[in-house]
Design a protein around this ligand. Structure first.
Ligand SMILES: [Zn+2]
Length: 452
């Protein structure tokens, strides 16, 4: 669904009129943030940030230390979509967070009638701000896409990627800086969008280690065919969201227009690990995201004209800290797992059908530092003989990790519990208390529209 430019212009005019009214309403508040940093932890429910607190606990002290999430907490948000399900997906939720409009699951920047809705990033660009998106997923995945594009389905990855260069505001692409994954959608047989961006003056890099070479905007960095490798599996640079955030904020601080900037930064893969019910993977992502938040917080404190707002689009996996009736959660065991299930399970599927107990143990030891019991070894050997080998192996390995760490999961999908809202900087108090996810965008529109 490609939008014709004139439809877009009309849409923006209508939006600009209604937003002028909103800005009159907020005119009494003279101190507006020049820069807005909007960070989204995909799938990051209350249990996820809590699990990260206990995981990070310094056991030599009596108290459990607070995390950056605890320091910045100001409120909560409901996440239900507009399709009678209560349980949102990332597209509907990101559309709510980007536009203030509730939509159906799968919607990218469109309302329930599939009509495009103005996004915060677009509005910021209209107002002359410099704009950026950063994600550890492909940059055309549901969350960043809902700030950048308008499509009836999140699955139309190529159309969404096309929109990143085809849809323009004041004659320019909407984002001045894009960092994340996605070469397979931006460099295709039918179209090379990377070359198109280069031809209009964008710097392009495709290696994370070249991040420090970026010193001017506009710029595009695509570091993987689809999403970046999981933090836990990325031994060289596990904190890649942090690395991208640092470079993005420094670039924005030194290259933005006098109007400031709007940046959307996503910790995309907390969700992916939680879909896989993989606790160590999720903790790796939460650590990376929390380090990125620490950096953004310090940036906000240093630049007094900035608002930092952080939330989640929904909670994933129905995570439970403690399981099976036992009053404990084994962070020491979680810490002993060195690879994601996405790495561990295929390794076991590759073993010979009649692998010995010691082969099973030594394969396990390459990824996990606690030993398997004899019964657990037998279960893995039985899975190797099963007709449904992949399903059975996945079930057995998940069970070993969840039973050992006392971690519970109720779903491979999302759940509808409210998410947390964290904020600091200029006008951060407006996010206090319980709100709807659409309220977050509405409040940010007021900040944008009433800025001097
Ligand atoms: Zn998800």
């Amino acid at each position: 669904m490609l939008l014709k430019n004139h439809v877009f212009t009309t849409l923006f005019k209508i939006a600009a009129v209604s937003l002028t009214l909103t800005s009159c309403f907020a005119a009494a508040n003279v101190n507006q943030p020049k820069n807005i940093i909007f960070m989204i932890g995909d799938g990051m429910g209350v249990a996820h940030t809590t699990s990260y607190r206990y995981f990070s606990d310094n056991k030599s002290t009596k108290v459990v230390e607070r995390t950056v999430f605890d320091e910045l907490l100001v409120g909560t948000a409901a996440t239900y979509p507009d399709d009678n399900t209560y349980v949102t997906d990332s597209a509907a939720s990101a559309t709510a967070l980007s536009s203030g409009i509730k939509s159906y699951n799968g919607a990218i920047g469109v309302d329930v009638n599939k009509k495009p809705v103005l996004t915060l990033l677009e509005r910021a660009k209209q107002l002359g701000k410099t704009t950026a998106i950063v994600s550890s997923s492909q940059i055309n995945h549901a969350t960043p896409a809902s700030f950048m594009a308008h499509n009836e389905s999140r699955k139309n990855y190529n159309e969404i990627a096309n929109a990143y260069i085809d849809e323009k505001i004041n004659g320019k692409p909407k984002a001045d800086l894009m960092l994340g994954g996605g070469t397979s959608f931006f460099i295709r047989d039918d179209r090379n969008i990377v070359n198109e961006f280069k031809s209009i003056g964008y710097n392009y890099i495709d290696k994370l280690e070249d991040l420090s070479k970026l010193n001017s905007l506009p710029a595009l960095g695509l570091f993987a065919p689809v999403g970046l490798p999981f933090a836990i599996d990325n031994k060289e640079l596990p904190n890649r969201v942090t690395a991208m955030t640092k470079v993005a904020l420094e670039l924005l601080a030194t290259n933005s227009s006098e109007k400031g900037f709007f940046a959307m930064i996503e910790g995309s893969q907390i969700d992916w690990c939680a879909h896989a019910n993989d606790i160590s993977c999720a903790i790796g992502e939460l650590h990376d995201f929390s380090e990125a938040i620490k950096y953004a917080k310090a940036f906000t404190e240093k630049h007094g004209d900035t608002l930092l707002i952080i939330t989640a689009d929904h909670s994933t996996g129905g995570l439970s800290i403690g399981a099976n009736g036992t009053y404990d959660w084994k962070t020491d065991k979680v810490r002993q797992i060195k690879s994601s299930l996405a790495v561990i399970i295929p390794t076991f599927l590759g073993l010979d059908k009649d692998a010995s107990a010691s082969e099973v143990q030594s394969t396990w030891a390459k990824h996990v530092d606690f030993e398997l019991s004899d019964a657990q070894v037998s279960k893995i050997q039985a899975a190797l003989h099963s007709k449904l080998k992949k399903e059975k192996m996945t079930r057995e390995i998940k069970a070993i990790i969840n039973d050992t760490t006392l971690t519970g999961w109720t779903t491979g999908g999302h759940s509808a519990g409210d998410v947390q809202v964290f904020a600091t900087g200029v006008n951060s108090q407006i996010f206090a208390g319980q709100q709807d996810n659409t309220d977050i965008a509405k409040k940010l529109f007021i900040q944008l529209n009433s800025a001097k």
